[in-house]
Design a protein around this ligand. Structure first.
Ligand SMILES: Nc1nc2c(ncn2[C@@H]2O[C@H](COP(=O)(O)OP(=O)(O)OP(=O)(O)O)[C@@H](O)[C@H]2O)c(=O)[nH]1
Ligand SMILES: [Mg+2]
Length: 433
């Protein structure tokens, strides 16, 4: 079996993780104590990818929840799923990272690093063959960004041939209470560029927009946002968790989606996304799923849709009565569209899992490597530069053992990444001739 280890860090990471496991347990027929009550063997066939069987038909998520303060960990200890998770793998430090990347990376986080790595080693040793690690975190938190980066760096060093993917939340700076978020985000990006294989990017502004405009939940909050995020993660992982005709794993996904090592920042989309009151009036067929997979209103991240070009895309379809032939035909038409680069032949793929998500007959989760993602990088880089030109607030970081050069390095790395994406956005077949 090829197992995946899930690591949640910081408040956002832990809250999203809680939701992810809730949905994953539901799909695999696991109750809040880890016991199997499913109806089908398919629910168990690949359950070991995400869960460890501890005794006959009792399963424990292969998951670690980490924070520097106690709040988000206490929430899990007190939740309905408190008996689901191994309490040894719910870990908090002594002191909050106080929104400071440097505390998460250099001081408070570094203090618990060896304890964390021991736990990760222990979990990895219990696996048959670790396939990869998935991280959940916000890039702008002190814990999620700082300690998350420290763990990613160390896991990359120790498990260099395993896949590391992250689900990374970009901040809504216009709604933020934290002035140093641009610093944290740029510093975290530096490590994600260097040490992850696949980073699925989400931004809170877009997710709030989906709540308000598409789902018409005017008083939506993080709980609702995390539900959408978890649903997308469930869609991305469906083909790893269930057997299917057109299947994939973390490595195959990376091989098909990432044309150059640093250009591994992926956007996602989901369909159907409808207000509860309208969902039963929709005919969710192959045409609609493909259309919405590329529709701007179904994207989980704001990107430059005017100039951005798709380098690669994959649709993960779920549901029993889908025509794969029709999906192939429709997706082939899409890839001739001007928004796809033409110098990567066959850059649009489909994967399929028979089992639909709970409560739906069919769905698609889109994954795209689109050069328009640089809009998000710009969004954090601009306020970063404004603050950093005047060296504002950097004493908080320097005071925790960080050197100014790390900020300069982070800034340069993002600038280079933007340039790389731009270069491939403008490359045409004619350029090669
Ligand atoms: N989507 C989502 N975003 C969140 C959630 N909680 C916080 N955020 C966002 O994440 C960013 C802050 O990261 P947190 O995860 O709260 O911070 P942390 O990693 O715990 O680290 P500290 O800042 O030191 O507490 C802000 O932009 C928040 O708006 C959540 O449950 N879901
Ligand atoms: Mg926190």
């Amino acid at each position: 079996m090829r197992e995946i280890i899930t690591i949640q860090v910081g408040q956002a990471g832990n809250s999203i993780g809680e939701k992810f496991w809730e949905l994953a347990c539901d799909e695999h027929g696991i109750d809040c104590c880890g016991n199997f009550h499913g109806e089908s063997d398919l629910q168990l066939e690949r359950i070991n990818v995400y869960f460890t069987e501890v005794k006959n038909q009792r399963y424990v998520p292969r998951s670690i929840f980490i924070d520097l303060d106690q709040n988000s960990i206490n929430k899990i200890h007190n939740s309905n799923n408190k008996n689901l998770f191994n309490p040894e793998f719910l870990i908090n430090g002594k002191m909050s990272a106080s929104n400071n990347f440097a505390k998460g990376y250099h001081t408070e986080g570094a203090e618990i690093l060896s304890e964390l790595m021991n736990i990760i080693r222990k979990i990895a040793e219990e696996c048959d063959l670790v396939h990869g690690f998935q991280f959940l975190h916000s890039i702008s938190g002190g814990a999620g960004g700082g300690l998350g980066s420290l763990l990613i760096d160390n896991i990359r060093q120790e498990y260099s041939d395993r896949i590391i993917k992250s689900y990374s939340i970009f901040p809504a700076l216009s709604m933020s209470q934290i002035v140093v978020e641009p610093y944290n985000a740029v510093l975290t990006m530096n490590h994600l560029i260097e040490n992850t294989d696949e980073t699925f990017c989400f931004d809170n502004i877009t997710l709030f927009d989906i709540l308000n405009k598409t789902l018409r939940l005017s008083s939506g909050n993080f709980t609702d946002i995390n539900q959408i995020l978890a649903q997308v993660m469930i869609g991305i992982t469906a083909c790893f968790r269930f057997p299917g005709q057109l299947n994939m794993d973390l490595r195959k996904l990376a091989v098909n989606m990432i044309p150059f090592p640093t250009l591994h920042f992926l956007m996602t989309s989901f369909s159907p996304l409808h207000a509860r009151q309208t969902v039963r009036y929709q005919n969710i067929n192959e045409h609609m799923l493909i259309k919405q997979m590329f529709n701007i209103n179904n994207q989980m991240l704001t990107f430059d849709s005017q100039h951005g070009k798709y380098l690669t895309a994959t649709g993960i379809f779920r549901g029993r009565s889908l025509s794969l032939k029709l999906l192939h035909d429709l997706i082939s038409k899409e890839k001739n569209h001007q928004h796809f680069v033409q110098w990567i032949p066959n850059n649009c793929k489909i994967a399929h899992c028979d089992i639909p998500p709970k409560g739906l007959l069919r769905s698609v989760t889109g994954i795209a490597n689109n050069t328009g993602i640089i809009k998000q990088f710009d969004y954090i880089l601009q306020p970063f530069t404004k603050l950093f030109q005047r060296r504002a607030f950097i004493h908080w970081f320097i005071g925790e053992g960080m050197e100014e050069i790390e900020l300069i390095e982070g800034e340069n790395r993002i600038k280079d990444l933007i340039k790389d994406y731009q270069q491939y956005e403008n490359t045409t077949i004619e350029n090669d001739e």
